[in-house]
Design a protein around this ligand. Structure first.
Ligand SMILES: [Zn+2]
Length: 263
């Protein structure tokens, strides 16, 4: 059976790269085809009809024509431009972080409908305000589950005993928690307070409607950020992908946002 020469898909624009004088290569995250790359011709010209519908962090209905190498975008209709999200530099940089994680942890043409839904839901959540740090930690844990790196938070990854409510440690290279007896056998572990462990488990096992009600102080927030960053960095470096951009996130939000040409 031959594939049709043109097709239409929902997509979130997760990355854009300049191509020649006026074109761009866009990275789209789609529900049925996963991540795809496509050419948007003339999209950098001021009067391009396409450009407004193909901005980063936009949820669009995109029409494409198959090409020998890359497919070409022939039309696009915005479904949600996430205006509230894009009008705030902080929110924008959080959203770019989320899309970059999706980009780094996925290969082209691998369908992952739950991950598409997660990303869409995360952009919506970030645009609604609330605790962005919690939203990001939730997103990270759910993303890791979807791409096969779900950390073990309930049992010790070495002796497999259920963890007691005490100060256990997280070990990135082992992919989860270690009890105090097993902790000394592994280098580079990160001790976690009982509260941090509770919140991580909650984030891993619930949905946005539950975590919206969570309260978290600065110290706890920082603890969770550090452990997740360590684990993500470990996974990205092991996969020989760029982890350098993770560091850039500590810089002021505007830097990240502007570097990536949001507008
Ligand atoms: Zn153990």
């Amino acid at each position: 059976m031959t594939r049709p020469r043109s097709y239409q898909t929902e997509a979130i624009i997760i990355k854009k790269t300049r191509l020649g004088e006026a074109d761009r290569i866009l990275t789209l995250y789609t529900p049925e085809m996963g991540k795809i790359q496509a050419v948007a011709k003339g999209v950098r010209r001021p009067r391009s009809k396409l450009s407004g519908h193909l901005e980063l962090l936009t949820h669009s209905l995109v029409s494409l024509a198959r090409g020998r190498n890359l497919d070409t975008i022939t039309g696009s209709q915005t479904i949600n431009s996430f205006i509230a999200l894009k009008s705030d530099l902080g929110f924008t940089s959080y959203a770019l972080y989320a899309t970059e994680l999706v980009n780094q942890f996925t290969a082209d043409h691998i369908e992952n409908h739950p991950l598409f839904n997660l990303l869409l839901e995360t952009l919506e959540q970030l645009g609604q305000g609330g605790n962005s740090e919690l939203t990001l930690r939730y997103f990270e844990l759910q993303l890791l589950s979807e791409v096969g790196y779900r950390p073990q938070l309930h049992h010790c990854v070495a002796c497999h005993q259920p963890l007691k409510p005490e100060s256990n440690v997280f070990c990135s290279s082992a992919g989860g928690m270690l009890c105090p007896d097993c902790a000394p056998s592994q280098p580079l572990t990160c001790p976690l307070s009982v509260n941090a462990q509770k919140v991580l488990r909650l984030l891993q096992g619930s949905d946005y409607s539950t975590i919206r009600r969570l309260k978290m102080n600065r110290e706890l927030s920082r603890e969770l950020e550090m452990v997740m960053r360590d684990y993500l960095r470990y996974l990205l470096e092991r996969e020989v992908k760029s982890a350098a951009w993770l560091d850039a996130l500590r810089e002021p939000a505007k830097q990240t946002a502007l570097d990536r040409e949001v507008v």
